[in-house]
Design a protein around this ligand. Structure first.
Ligand code: APR
Length: 248
């Protein structure tokens, strides 16, 4: 088993960022926990309460739409109440000051954009955008009455959030944009993800193949810490990223 990544401080992270001109961030649910959005696999996470195969798989949505809409409604309430936290703002500031080329996010909560980040690859889509599952027609969120879910398009198709359910492919444009960023960065910040879900979990390996330094920011070590991260910054992203930014 490869040795665990070297633990670093926020000050050391600032030094690493300063020494690498092409920095990219890969973010997961952990970066939004401090905005009030539970992650999936920590204690108390969403998948402790909802079986993802029953509530987040595309076949489950098509077979039992009313049941899946129970989760969709809860997620919509949580996401629309949430605001960016200091971690989101720190990444937006890093981009604005030219230290960050872009973010590949697995999150569908729109909080990076709300914090001011411009180059955001929404690898799993965006839960605030609604489309028809059949004709892909766009349905503005404000036209939808969730109390009447499941909701149907005029074409008869089910209306759904424009997110990637389990069992679905990553949108080709997002896949291509993410690979472009991963292959051309020389530092990848992996923030708040367990690295459990493919193909997002391959992104750090792609970056490393292209000689990027991998720095993980997480409350606790993950499979990435032991397999491919060079450095590990232990703690909450909302606390540590602003501390690193302060040193730049
Ligand atoms: N700061 C940093 N890391 C945190 C914080 C925090 N404040 N809070 C939690 N974490 C870490 C957890 O330790 C965990 O490693 O964030 C990670 C969250 O992991 P998951 O819940 O598995 O979320 P994620 O990796 O984004 O899941 C990937 O799985 O269910 C699918 O589509 C869903 O996009 C999601 C994908």
């Amino acid at each position: 088993m490869k040795a665990k990544a070297k633990e670093i401080t926020p000050q050391e992270l600032a030094g690493i960022i300063r020494r690498h001109p092409r920095v990219v961030a890969l973010t997961g649910a952990g970066i939004s926990v401090e905005s009030g959005i539970p992650d999936f696999r920590s204690a108390g996470g969403l998948w402790e309460r909802f079986d993802p195969m029953e509530y987040a798989h595309i076949q489950a949505f098509r077979r039992h739409p009313a049941k899946v809409w129970q989760l969709l409604k809860e997620m919509d309430e949580t996401i629309t109440r949430a605001r960016p936290n200091p971690a989101h703002y720190a990444l937006a500031e890093l981009e604005a000051r030219g230290f960050l080329a872009g973010i590949i996010t697995q999150n569908v909560d729109n909080l990076h954009q709300a914090a001011g980040s411009k180059r955001v690859v929404e690898y799993h889509g965006n839960a605030l955008v609604f489309v028809c599952d059949n004709c892909r027609g766009h349905h503005p969120r404000e036209t939808l009455d969730f109390s009447r879910s499941p909701l149907y398009c005029l074409c008869g198709g089910l209306i759904r959030p424009d997110v990637v359910f389990f069992g679905e492919a990553i949108p080709p444009a997002a896949q291509a944009d993410a690979e472009e960023l991963a292959q051309h960065c020389d530092l990848l910040l992996v923030i708040g993800t367990s690295g459990e879900v493919a193909p997002a979990s391959y992104i750090p390996a792609i970056a490393k193949e292209w000689h990027a330094v991998i720095v993980e920011v997480n409350l606790e070590p993950t499979r990435l810490t032991f397999s491919l991260a060079h450095h590990f910054l232990r703690g909450s992203a909302g606390k540590l990223l602003p501390l690193a930014l302060k040193e730049l």
